[in-house]
Design a protein around this ligand. Structure first.
Ligand code: PSU
Ligand code: MN
Length: 304
């Protein structure tokens, strides 16, 4: 699959010179946020990573190639083109073979990052077990990817549109360490708390880098979750957002939304129902995650 990869000069040089690199996903741009906030966010997070002394690699699929790093024009395309597909593990062969444009999810970005030799990836929130997943069997492929692909995912937990308890149980079964970055609680994306704990609390990038290194030295394949709560100033109230989510879930059900459309539908509804405050929070937490991810990438690279 490596022959399918192409790199921007910036990313190729960084990888050749063993500089720290942070992977970024495109689904959050194409399907997670409206234009123009999506492309503004995409450019800002790249600069935050550079300011920390690391190199950003935003990953997406175009013209039969997996692009490791996107230029400004390509970012704009992912932010505006309505025909961008959402690419998880199962979608790679179709999107590559057909030459279509595809935005990678957490699972898709992990696959590409591993192929490119990138160990740290920052996003907003991972997918997980959906509420009523015991009936619908809607369990994100992000979880099975975390079980097998060697990338640390820095996120603000899993979105509270999900069943967080079952998501954490699934991760435990699959042997994925859930690390709280400077927190004992598993964050719920828009809010800093969830009522669920993390497996291990670590307080510095160096401690996280040591854990990653030890896991992979041991030959324990798979990813890690580095759960980094949204900054206090941008956090939403856990209970208020829960009421909004209930309404969004009801509407998804009434409209028979299924499969890969569920997550984008819920995100958009939550944004509408909060009058855009959820979008501001979403952007703030992604920025915080990329900053922490860049620090972890720097610490991990200095061990190599
Ligand atoms: N979290 C966000 N915005 C997003 C997503 C997660 O804040 O757009 C995307 C990620 O790409 C994640 C995907 O991998 O949703 C999960 O989709 P699904 O539930 O269909 O697996
Ligand atoms: Mn799903």
């Amino acid at each position: 699959m490596k022959s399918y990869l192409t790199y921007t000069d910036e990313v190729r040089q960084a990888l050749e010179n063993n500089k720290p690199v942070v992977a970024l996903e495109t689904t959050i741009i194409s399907h997670g946020m409206p234009y123009p906030q999506n492309v503004e966010m995409a450019k800002q997070v790249e600069n935050i990573i550079r300011e920390q002394g690391a190199v950003p690699a935003t990953i997406g699929i175009m013209n039969g190639k997996i692009k490791i790093g996107l230029n400004e024009q390509e970012l704009e395309e992912f932010a505006t083109n309505p025909s961008v597909a959402k690419v998880s593990r199962r979608d790679f062969p179709y999107i590559l073979a057909s030459g279509k444009i595809g935005a990678t999810t957490v699972a898709g970005t992990m696959i590409a990052a591993q192929l490119a030799g990138i160990r740290v990836f920052a996003t907003g929130g991972i997918g997980g077990v959906h509420r009523e997943g015991e009936i619908t069997w809607d369990v994100s492929a992000d979880l099975t990817e975390l079980a097998q692909t060697n990338v640390a995912v820095v996120c603000a937990g899993a979105k509270s549109i999900l069943d967080l308890g079952r998501t954490l149980e699934y991760l435990e079964t699959q042997g994925v360490p859930v690390v709280g970055y400077q927190t004992d609680q598993f964050p719920s994306f828009f809010a800093r708390e969830s009522g669920y704990g993390v497996d291990f609390r670590l307080n510095t990038p160096e401690e996280v880098a040591a854990l990653m290194d030890t896991k992979w030295q041991l030959g324990l394949e798979g990813g890690l979750i580095i759960a980094n709560p949204v900054p206090e100033a941008d956090a939403l109230d856990h209970r208020e957002i829960e009421a909004v989510i209930q309404q969004a879930l009801n509407e998804a059900k009434a409209n028979n939304i299924t499969g890969k459309n569920v997550t984008p539908f819920l995100l958009d509804k939550v944004k509408q129902l909060t009058g855009g405050t959820s979008l501001q929070t979403n952007i703030a937490l992604v920025k915080h995650n990329v900053e922490v991810a860049a620090k972890i990438a720097v610490a991990y690279q200095s061990k190599k």
